[in-house]
Design a protein around this ligand. Structure first.
Ligand code: ADP
Length: 322
């Protein structure tokens, strides 16, 4: 449904996109993951025809966006990072305005009503946009993207600034939309793409680091578990003792320390719970464990795993790292 090949965008001397290629199929939710400055917004603005590019091709439904921009844009609904809302319009006025702007041919009342229902904004359609909560405003932004029923929906950081309840609502909505549309969403939050995307593309500094099914990324990430452990005892000897515990793959000293304890990062296999072994090994030496906590996986960890380990390459079926 959308095909991007060798896309290059340079701002002055800054290479924002350095030849990225990927494709998204019909009814696929594709997550675009990368830290701030990775090039996500640049790619999305190009795919939606808002921004020019230096080289490469972008095709939407087989239509080249630089050759037939109007035709390609009709196939796309876009929610930019800042939704283009008119604060002094009511929701209904605004959606009617977008309907006219897009020169939509569906039955006006029915189409807008259906979209309000899907995005769950029916209750607020008579209210001024400026009086809505951020969560509702975001849903109005999604509603405008849905007008004309475009096949491809592109959402730039759709949950930024929302509270946890609103985040869940927007994620559920994205999943629902993914049953009928190709959805591409960008985020810098790993758990977000894991929650909604069928496939994840990771970009960093304008380059593609990975293009994988979500389950493969999860497998690569979840191979091992990391714990943060605080133990009272002589640092070096404690470290050696941790490393000798059955099930521990890797242990290192953290720079963090308290008055009478040191902190260690301990990695073990996912399938083997080494915590009891660690407890008894430390108890035998009279070194109390004062804290133990499983560490979450950060985007940085994923980058390190994907760039360092071969685990992903073994799982790769679709080209993987480029
Ligand atoms: P992301 O959306 O992943 O945060 P962006 O696409 O916004 O990343 O930015 C990618 C890179 O391009 C960054 O280095 C950013 O500073 C630069 N950039 C973005 N927009 C412009 C612009 N209009 N002019 C110059 N540099 C820009």
């Amino acid at each position: 449904m959308i095909e991007v090949s060798n896309l290059v965008k340079v701002y002055g001397t800054n290479v924002a996109l350095d030849g990225i290629s990927f494709a998204a199929g019909e009814r696929e939710v594709l997550g675009f993951l990368g830290p701030n400055g990775a090039g996500k917004s640049t790619a999305m603005n190009i795919m939606t025809g808002f921004l020019s590019y230096n080289s490469g091709t972008v095709k939407v439904g087989g239509v080249d966006i630089s050759e037939k921009p109007d035709e390609a844009k009709k196939l796309i609904g876009f929610l930019p990072e800042q939704p283009p809302l008119y604060q002094d319009m009511t929701v209904r006025e605004y959606l009617n305005f977008v309907y006219d702007l897009k020169d939509c041919k569906f039955n006006r009342e029915k189409h807008i009503e259906e979209i309000c229902k899907v995005t769950r904004i029916t209750d607020v359609r008579k209210r001024l946009i400026k009086n809505l909560s951020k969560g509702y405003r975001q849903r109005v932004g999604i509603a405008q993207a849905l007008i004309g029923n475009p096949k491809v929906l592109i959402f730039d950081e759709p949950t930024v600034g929302l509270d946890p309840k609103q985040i869940i609502e927007v994620r559920n909505l994205i999943r629902t939309l993914g049953r009928e549309h190709t959805v591409i969403l960008s985020t810098h939050i790993l758990s977000e793409v894991q929650a909604v995307a069928d496939r994840i593309i990771i970009i960093n500094e304008g380059k593609l680091l990975a293009d994988e099914k979500t389950e493969n990324i999860n497998r690569a990430i979840n191979e091992n578990v990391r714990y943060m452990v605080k133990i009272c005892g002589p640092q070096r000897e404690v470290l050696d003792a941790i490393r000798a515990v059955d099930g521990v793959l890797h242990a290192e000293i953290s720079s963090e320390r308290e008055k009478d304890s040191f902190t260690y990062h301990v990695e073990s296999e996912h399938s083997f719970d080494m915590r009891k072994n660690l407890f008894f090994a430390m108890a035998e030496k009279n070194w109390p464990i004062v804290a133990m906590e499983q560490e979450g996986v950060s985007l940085e960890d994923v980058f390190i795993k994907l760039t360092d380990s071969k685990s992903l390459a073994q799982n790769t079926r679709r080209g993987g790292r480029r």
